[in-house]
Design a protein around this ligand. Structure first.
Ligand SMILES: CC(C)(COP(=O)(O)OP(=O)(O)OC[C@H]1O[C@@H](n2cnc3c(N)ncnc32)[C@H](O)[C@@H]1OP(=O)(O)O)[C@@H](O)C(=O)NCCC(=O)NCCS
Length: 171
């Protein structure tokens, strides 16, 4: 079991029965993949992140690079996150990066701390593998995730990648 698979946090939440939520990451399996493919962000956010089906195709093609996980709150599937691990960035063979490749929180689950949890869980996984920085790229448009990433401590590196802002978090 890796670091993030162990990562669970209890926090106050809206569930009436216990007022406790259990967030965790799970691997994609034959049992849960169909539900994973049905996850979707809001229609006005569709340009901000690829659909889960594309990410899973990339994870199949780049198995050594991609680290895909589903985000659960108890039994409820609330999102998808995919990290990239040990990626040789650009032309510099010594510029090895870890980062967030995809982060999709379901439209009706946003604003409940799941995105923050996923970033923290990926950070824990990267730290366990010896990484000291977590990269991400985001679409620099109004309504995009820039404020989310800045709030979590990312700062722009000054680079652009495919028209997107490159940000980094020191772990
Ligand atoms: C961006 C996204 C991942 C955030 O996930 P989330 O679960 O809704 O965010 P959280 O509830 O964990 O928010 C954490 C903090 O960021 C803030 N935040 C989240 N989204 C924000 C936004 N768009 N603008 C400003 N602040 C935002 C929250 O208010 C919260 O602040 P707090 O801790 O002070 O209360 C999610 O909205 C999403 O999937 N968006 C569409 C796809 C996308 O843009 N993915 C990223 C691709 S790079």
């Amino acid at each position: 079991m890796t670091g993030s698979e162990r990562a669970e946090i209890d926090s106050p939440g809206p569930h009436p029965a216990t007022n406790v939520r259990r967030m965790r990451l799970e691997k994609v399996t034959p049992k849960n993949y169909a539900a994973a493919l049905a996850l979707s962000v809001r229609p006005d956010q569709a340009d901000l992140v690829a659909p889960v089906v594309k990410s899973l195709a990339e994870a199949y093609v780049f198995p050594d690079l991609a680290w895909p996980r589903l985000i659960y709150d108890g039994d409820r599937l609330v999102g998808f996150v995919m990290a990239f691990l040990d990626y040789a960035w650009g032309d510099d063979p010594d510029d090895i990066r870890y980062g967030l490749w995809r982060l999709n929180i379901a439209a009706d689950a946003q604003g409940n701390g799941y995105g923050r949890f996923a970033v923290e869980a990926v950070s824990e996984e990267v730290r366990a593998r010896g990484g000291t920085r977590l990269h991400v790229t985001w679409e620099p448009r109004a309504g995009g995730p820039e404020e989310f990433y800045l709030k979590l401590g990312f700062h722009p590196t000054g680079e652009q990648s495919g028209g997107q802002t490159v940000g980094v978090l020191d772990l």
